[in-house]
Structure formats: structure tokens, C-alpha cells
Write a protein that binds this ligand. Structure first.
Ligand code: FMN
Ligand code: SF4
Length: 436
């Protein structure tokens, strides 16, 4: 993608880009001035026309979500989801650290469009340095009249606060995040009601991801037509991709959603190939929660549609973990299972118990003590704990199930080699009698 002109990352590496002066010199806050001359509904319609899909994982169209807000509301809140807890995703951090005003401008325009009076930026607590960078940028925006009362003389008021979470994966889930901002334990809420109707402090609330909001100023400035001209239909606009593992150039890159997993690993503008020319054994291309690909499935497009063709849950966070041929797939299985068993909030029985069972079995298999029935028990458990079968409150359970199910489906041969020939009773073992 040598001819791709970065949009979201255009200020990365520019000296002083995190300051308002440099941001403005490079065209910053022009889109805000333009948006404030439009009506809020016109801004919503432009974002709808751009078909901007959420970058936080689910890919829901942002403008459509904003349109769900009730017409007769008194107070509206905007929550900026900067929790970024999906392994190995760090694109939100790159955006906020290098170009905080891009996010602030996107937040103000989106808050104006939704007529929000307060924007909360939810940051995970591990982002220590980033917190100070963002707070400095917010202070600059207040001083320049872009936040606070009567923004640029438009009559529109907006307050903006950073809320720091305690570092839990579940607080990235939008209703867990809302509970956390309210000062409670970050336990997801049953839906409906959806946040647009009853969210933060039981008021209509929009939750959007950092990268989603960073796209908004560019849509307003250059128009929906420009945005839909980038990438394939249904997957339009600039996109950030992360790649990590044994690649020559791990990092966060920008491109259109026409690239494939192969491009992300081998492309000159991306990962630049495998260290020591090792072969790719597997890739988790959407964070870890979307599922796994084999080394023969690298032609999958990094867009919103193609992952389903490969049995995956979705594009997720578009952050790829690459696994090389010299990695034991049991270790991958165990790490994934461990993560979800640790992060399940425990409210739903299937998720709480199922993720623990899967971890116990995965640990046993990795230790060379697995029995023939273990894979079936784990596979069956993974098929019975998600929102998809209607058994849980939030999507963490589907995110726990998909990587395990796809890994067993696609690497069964290798796993079976390691599962020792065991006595018959192991085949009969039910989940409730799984040893730890
Ligand atoms: C377990 C779990 C963790 C999540 N973590 C994040 C996160 O860290 N950041 C994020 O933006 N969205 C996360 N999401 C998705 C949010 O619930 C929500 O869909 C998103 O913030 C909406 O923003 P978007 O429409 O702009 O993508 C998570 C979802 C689940 C189920
Ligand atoms: S699905 Fe899991 S993480 Fe989500 S609310 Fe239920 S127990 Fe908690």
C-alpha cells in the first residue's frame, strides 16, 4: 500500500504534534468550526452517509447508533471508550499518545452531533503517561475555547473529563464501562435497555471507540464521499491495524480495509515478513477473541465481511497475533483460555464456569496430561457459553468461545497428537468432574 496517504496517523512522528499549536498548524480544529455551522442532525447525516462503522470490535455504524437516541431527551452523555483491553491491541494508545487533539476534536464534534453535555474519556489505569498527555491536551482545548461554555460562539457547551478505570478487560464492554464510571464494579448490564435509551446515570448515552471518533473530523472536513471512496463497500474509511509476534516489524499501521492478513505480515508498509523466514503456523487477526486462522488462510481480507468466511466472529480490533511454526499450539490454547477465565466477571454461570473449565482442560493438555475426551468437552463447552446461544449478558463469553472452538477445529490433528491415549473413563468425563 505504498501509495496510501495516512489520515489517522498523519501526525505521528511530527514534533510537537500533541500540542494544540502544531495540531492547528496542520489543519486541526477546522472540522470543528465547520461542524458547528451545521445543525447537529446534519452532522449525524454526514456520518451516516460515510457508513463509519465502529472500530471497537462490533463494527456497528456510528451514525445509526447516534440516531437511536430518543428525540425528547433532556441530558445526553458521550463516553469515549479508551479502555483498549483486547490483547494485543494498541492502536487507540498510538492515536491518543501521538495526536490527542484529533481525538478531542472528534469527541467535540460527535458530542455536538448527539447534543451531549458531558464527554467522559474512559482510560485504563495502566496508561499513566498517556493520561497526562491527554489531560494536557484537554486543558489546552479548554483554554482555546474548544471546550467549556459557548464553544466558538456557537452557544453549544461541553465539559470533558477523563475517567480512569482500574484495568479490567470487562470495563471495555460498554455497559461495564458505564457502571465503572458510575463508581460501581464494572459488571455489564442486561440489554435492553441499550445505552442510547438508558445508559450513564440512566440517561441516554453514546459509547464510541477512540479510533471511531478520530475518523469523525476527517468525514466532516472532506465529506462522506471521500470516506466511502477508501476501502470496499461496507468497510469504508481509513483503518488502523496492529501486528505482533515474530514479525520483522511489529507495530501499528494504517491502510484501507482491502489489505489481507498476508499483507499485514509480509507487506513492506506493514510487518515486513517473519523473523528468520520462519513459517506462519497460525494468526489471531482480530485481537484474540475473534478466532484463529491457519497459515493457509492468510488471504483473509482485513475487512468487516471476510472474517466470517473463515469461521471467525468478526474483524474485532484488527490486531493480529502471529504464531510461528516453532510454537506449540497447546501453549496458544492455554494462554487464550487463561485470559478469559481470569477476565470473566462471573455474573453468568455459563461464562464463569465454562471459561474456568476450558482453562483447566487447556492447562492439562499443555502439561501433556490430556485425555481423549478433553477436546470434546472443551469444544462443547465453548459452544454453550455465549450470547449467541442466548446464555450470557455480554460478548466476553463469545470472545472466549470463538478462539477455542476455531483452534480445536483447525488444529485438531496437532492437539490430538499430544492428548495421550487414556482409559475409557476419561472419554466419559463430564465438565463438572474436570480435574484442575
Ligand atoms: C469484553 C468486551 C471488551 C470490550 N473492550 C472494548 C475496548 O477496550 N474498547 C472498545 O472501544 N470497545 C470494547 N468493546 C466493545 C464495546 O462494548 C462497544 O461496542 C464499543 O466501545 C462501541 O464503540 P464503537 O461502536 O465505536 O466501536 C468490548 C466489548 C466486550 C464484549
Ligand atoms: S458473559 Fe461473562 S463477562 Fe459477560 S457479564 Fe456474563 S459472566 Fe460477565
Amino acid at each position: 500500500m505504498g501509495d496510501y496517504e495516512p489520515v489517522l496517523l498523519r501526525n505521528v512522528g511530527v514534533e510537537g504534534a500533541a500540542t494544540i499549536g502544531v495540531y492547528k498548524k496542520r489543519g486541526g480544529y477546522r472540522a470543528l468550526a465547520k461542524a458547528l455551522k451545521m445543525t447537529p442532525d446534519e452532522v449525524v447525516e454526514e456520518v451516516k452517509a460515510a457508513a463509519l462503522r465502529g472500530r471497537g470490535g462490533a463494527g456497528f455504524p456510528a451514525g445509526v447508533k447516534w440516531g437511536f437516541l430518543p428525540k425528547d431527551r433532556d441530558v445526553t452523555y458521550l463516553c469515549v471508550n479508551g479502555d483498549e483491553s483486547e490483547p494485543p491491541t494498541f492502536s487507540n494508545r498510538v492515536l491518543m499518545e501521538n495526536d490527542p487533539h484529533q481525538l478531542i476534536e472528534g469527541t467535540i464534534i460527535s458530542a455536538y452531533a448527539t447534543q451531549s453535555s458531558i464527554a467522559y474519556v474512559y482510560l485504563r489505569v495502566e496508561f499513566h503517561e498517556l493520561f497526562h498527555i491527554l489531560q494536557r491536551a484537554i486543558d489546552e482545548a479548554y483554554a482555546a475555547g474548544y471546550l467549556g461554555k459557548n464553544i466558538l460562539g456557537s452557544g453549544y457547551d461541553l465539559e470533558c473529563y477523563i475517567h480512569r478505570g482500574a484495568g479490567a478487560y470487562i470495563c471495555g464492554e460498554e455497559t461495564g464501562l458505564i457502571e465503572s464510571i458510575e463508581g460501581k464494579r464494572g459488571w455489564p448490564r442486561n440489554k435492553p435497555p441499550f445505552p442510547a435509551v438508558e445508559g450513564l446515570f440512566h440517561k441516554p448515552t453514546v459509547v464510541n471507540n477512540v479510533e471511531t471518533l478520530c475518523n469523525v473530523p476527517h468525514i466532516i472536513e472532506r465529506g462522506a464521499g471521500w470516506f466511502t471512496g477508501i476501502g470496499p463497500p461496507g468497510s469504508s474509511g481509513p483503518k488502523l491495524f496492529c501486528v505482533c509476534g515474530p514479525v520483522n516489524r511489529p507495530g501499528c499501521y494504517e491502510g484501507p480495509m482491502t489489505i489481507t492478513v498476508r499483507d499485514l505480515i509480509y507487506g513492506d508498509a506493514y510487518g515486513q515478513g517473519m523473523i528468520g523466514d520462519r513459517k506462519v503456523k497460525a494468526v489471531l487477526p482480530g485481537g484474540i477473541s475473534m478466532g484463529i486462522l491457519t497459515g493457509d488462510e492468510l488471504d483473509m481480507k482485513m475487512d468487516f465481511a471476510d472474517p466470517a468466511e473463515y469461521g471467525l466472529l468478526g474483524l474485532g480490533t484488527a490486531a493480529a497475533v502471529v504464531v510461528s511454526e516453532d510454537t506449540d499450539i497447546r501453549v496458544v490454547l492455554r494462554s487464550i483460555a487463561q485470559f478469559f477465565a481470569h477476565e470473566s466477571c462471573g455474573q453468568c454461570t455459563q461464562c464463569r464456569e465454562g471459561t474456568s473449565w476450558m482453562y483447566k482442560i487447556a492447562r492439562r493438555i499443555a502439561a501433556g496430561e490430556g485425555g481423549p475426551g478433553d477436546l470434546e468437552v472443551m469444544y462443547e463447552t465453548a459452544g454453550n457459553l455465549g450470547m449467541m446461544p442466548g446464555l450470557s449478558i455480554c460478548g466476553l463469553s463469545d470472545g472466549a468461545a470463538f478462539p477455542i472452538r476455531t483452534l480445536i477445529e483447525k488444529f485438531r490433528g496437532e492437539l490430538e497428537q499430544h492428548v495421550r491415549e487414556a482409559p475409557d473413563e476419561i472419554e466419559q468425563r463430564s465438565p463438572s468432574t474436570v480435574r484442575s
